[in-house]
Design a protein around this ligand. Structure first.
Ligand SMILES: NC(=O)c1ccc[n+]([C@@H]2O[C@H](COP(=O)([O-])OP(=O)(O)OC[C@H]3O[C@@H](n4cnc5c(N)ncnc54)[C@H](OP(=O)(O)O)[C@@H]3O)[C@@H](O)[C@H]2O)c1
Length: 205
């Protein structure tokens, strides 16, 4: 698939090589592609990456995502799947979206894009290499469009998260839970002394 990753930071740099290896045609979108020439990854402007992608990945700071998407124009977003990995934190370290989640705000503000929230519960290294984990783990998806979730699910599988590791939480309203998990993530990371872990949902027998 043609994939446009918005952002060139930790998440974008982890995802891009793995998606390229899986056979996808990936472009990273930067506000200043000239400054990212050392990345050795296909990097262009945010506008060109968005135009390129059939699937877009939001890997920008969650406090900045709405403004960045608004600058792209409707044609770059209309009908596309947007895999939204972003979580917003204020400079004080508080979640920026405590009522309506960022995933919901994106879906409400850009109703023609098909938002799927996922990958908010793992660090970038684990995102693209779940074999780092000592056992099976759960990856979550939320979104209103079943076809978009199917496409996101296939991309997760390409990154090492098979269907049996994925849990569909329902509509985009469930994005709030994924985003708010950030606080627990930070607590667990403090306790373990590492960001490289994940969680597994264990139902009763
Ligand atoms: N890091 C993780 O392990 C992880 C895990 C789960 C979720 N997340 C979430 O995923 C998102 C990306 O995380 P990250 O660690 O990759 O962040 P990051 O390293 O800070 O990268 C974010 C990228 O977004 C771009 N960007 C666009 N508009 C921006 C703006 N106004 N201010 C700053 N950067 C802007 C920048 O690329 P250019 O400068 O090239 O434009 C920047 O490199 C965040 O929302 C984060 O909460 C991260």
């Amino acid at each position: 698939m043609r994939i446009g990753i918005l952002g060139t930071g930790n998440v974008a740099r982890a995802l891009a090589p793995r998606l390229i290896t899986a056979g996808h045609d990936v472009r990273l979108g930067s506000r200043d592609p000239g400054a990212r020439s050392g990345l050795a990854l296909p990097t262009t402007t945010v506008q060109d990456a968005a135009a390129h992608g059939e699937v877009l990945v939001n890997a920008t700071p969650g406090t900045e995502s709405i403004a960045l998407l608004a600058g792209l124009g409707e044609d770059s977003l209309s009908g596309k799947v947007l895999i939204d990995i972003a979580v917003g934190f204020t400079p004080e370290g508080v979640l920026s979206h405590l009522g309506e989640s960022l995933g919901e705000e994106i879906q409400r503000t850009f109703p023609k894009v098909r938002v799927v929230k996922t990958f908010t519960t793992v660090d970038a290294a684990v995102m693209v290499d779940p074999d780092l984990l000592s056992g099976p783990s759960t990856q979550f998806l939320s979104g209103d469009d079943p076809d978009a979730k199917q496409i996101a699910s296939a991309l997760l599988a390409d990154l090492g998260w098979p269907e049996e590791s994925q849990l569909d939480l329902g509509g985009i309203s469930a994005a709030a839970g994924q985003e708010h998990y950030a606080y627990l993530f930070l607590g667990i990371a403090g306790a373990l002394g590492t960001h490289r872990f994940s969680v597994r949902v264990v139902p009763v027998k």
